[in-house]
Design a protein around this ligand. Structure first.
Ligand code: UDP
Length: 254
């Protein structure tokens, strides 16, 4: 197969030129990084699972009217997406204290928050993605106040929906990160959900035991990393038919 032109390589994904204008192909790698790339590793089969998990969640979100960049899955590691102008923000939602919130404000991990909290981080590797306020975002023109209204309302809807969806399969949605992009249609601009939603950018805990089922298993060397990603896919009912055996298998197989 003719190789597509590569446009960008990130830590966990590669973007290729898409088959038609306005589209891209998003390829999911097994590479994992943590702590601003100081820790690097490979989680075997992660790309295959994240491709499926992100597809599943974006399709479900599309069904409740959340606009997303997802078009269709192409094969085990690739999906066709709409090309957007990425807004340089990581939007984090938290339902339960964990990670940097717990460290920064000394709130014990596992504390249920009185309400969901949204935080913004400026996407900039050189600055290590600093946390910013809406004031910075609008003052520096990364997004307009109208964009922020859209981003906040979409994010709260996504959180409510995904929180319920995960709870239905015995998983607590502790926190997660999303990214948005601008989609231009003639003179009109819409903000749509971009990037991916997977155990790489969510904290997912077993609802009964609080066992971690996400990238924290890699970050904190807890072991059973591959198994955790597989378990999330299994509970969502989307583990590839062949089970876990073929996760490294031919990339073009469905
Ligand atoms: N997150 C992410 N990418 C980042 C930073 C955070 O996907 O660059 C996700 C992370 O997986 C978690 C949530 O955002 O689900 C909140 O992360 P936190 O601020 O606690 O940072 P961390 O402890 O992961 O450094």
């Amino acid at each position: 197969m003719a190789r597509r032109r590569q446009l960008y390589e990130g830590k966990a994904k590669i973007l290729f030129e898409g088959p038609e204008p306005g589209t891209l192909v998003q390829y999911f790698k097994d590479d994992a990084t943590a702590f601003n790339s100081q820790k690097k590793g490979v989680i075997t089969g992660k790309g295959v699972l994240n491709n499926r998990i992100s597809e599943y969640l974006m399709v479900r979100l599309g069904e409740i009217g959340i606009p997303t960049h997802f078009v269709r899955r192409l094969n085990m590691r690739e999906q066709l997406i709409r090309e957007v102008e990425i807004i340089p923000l990581e939007v984090v939602v938290r339902n339960v204290a964990a990670g940097s919130l717990s460290t920064r404000l000394a709130i014990p991990e596992g504390t249920r928050l009185p309400r969901s909290i949204i935080e913004f981080y400026y996407k900039n590797d050189a600055l290590q993605d600093p946390m910013v306020a809406e004031e910075h975002i609008t003052a520096f023109g990364w997004a307009t106040p109208q964009d922020m209204d859209d981003i906040i309302s979409l994010t709260l809807r996504i959180n409510d929906f995904l929180g319920g969806l995960f709870l239905g399969v015995g998983i607590t949605l502790v926190d997660f990160k999303v990214e948005y992009g601008r989609l231009w249609e003639n003179e009109d601009m819409r903000i749509i959900l971009a990037d991916e939603i997977s155990p790489d950018n969510c904290r997912l805990w077993d609802a009964k035991t609080n066992e971690k089922m996400d990238k924290d298993r890699f970050r904190r060397d807890l072991g059973k990393v591959e198994e955790a990603y597989q378990e999330v896919a299994k509970r969502l009912g989307i583990l590839p038919e062949a089970g876990t055996r073929d996760l490294k298998g031919p990339e073009l197989m469905q």
